[in-house]
Design a protein around this ligand. Structure first.
Ligand SMILES: [Zn+2]
Length: 208
């Protein structure tokens, strides 16, 4: 059976908002695997650029070279990325703060995820496929007014949800955003090379 992986990126979704929002699709991923808070690595500020770069490339800012949303000097060519973004929640929190509209944006993301998953399940070959599903955010937001880039717990606290072959029900004790990249490689049977200098590791030693 050929392995498949989908990574859903939800920009700037607070862990507590996620838990409070009605997100049945993400809940299903968590129930089949895990959902856990993850601290944004202190190597970079809680900003989208370095956050997504770490998630996508599996290395920290000292290697991908992205410390802000200005990508000057980035090393993405050296540390290649993968990711599908859903930017909507971050924009809402910036413009309106942590209002009901922010929660509604998270729930809207969940419905979009549901449409993707429904399309996957309609594949004629679905029964013979092994799918790994990962949902991840890049950073949180400060209370009430929204915004990020600082070092508060609310901003540093991101999260990862994952399920699929070999994904444990309990998240690993040490969970990093950079683990996403490492797990995607492992799920697809790609052995990382030493020179890739990955900062993360798979959620489980031997996925699938
Ligand atoms: Zn962001």
């Amino acid at each position: 059976m050929r392995p498949h992986v989908v990574v859903f990126g939800l920009d700037g979704v607070r862990h507590d908002t996620l838990l409070a929002a009605r997100t049945p699709e993400l809940d299903a991923i968590a129930a089949a695997g895990f959902l856990a808070p993850v601290r944004v690595n202190d190597a970079a500020p809680t900003i989208s650029g370095p956050g997504w770069a770490t998630i996508a490339t599996g290395v920290l800012a000292d290697r991908h070279g992205i410390y802000d949303n200005d990508l000057t000097g980035h090393q993405i060519a050296k540390y290649p990325d993968f990711l599908t973004r859903v930017r909507l929640p971050d924009v809402v929190a910036h413009e309106e703060g942590l209002t009901p509209a922010y929660t509604a944006a998270v729930e809207s993301c969940d419905r979009r995820i549901g449409r993707v998953l429904a399309a996957i399940r309609r594949r004629p070959s679905y029964a013979g496929e092994r799918w790994t599903l990962i949902a991840v955010t890049d950073h949180g937001h400060v209370d009430v007014v929204g915004g990020h880039g600082g070092d508060s717990e609310a901003e540093r606290t991101a999260w990862i949800a994952a399920c699929g072959p070999g994904v444990p029900a309990e998240p690993p004790a040490r969970l990093e955003q950079a683990d996403v990249h490492a797990h995607v490689l492992a799920a697809l049977g790609v052995e990382p090379r030493r020179e890739w200098a990955l900062a993360g590791r798979p959620f489980s030693p031997r996925p699938g």
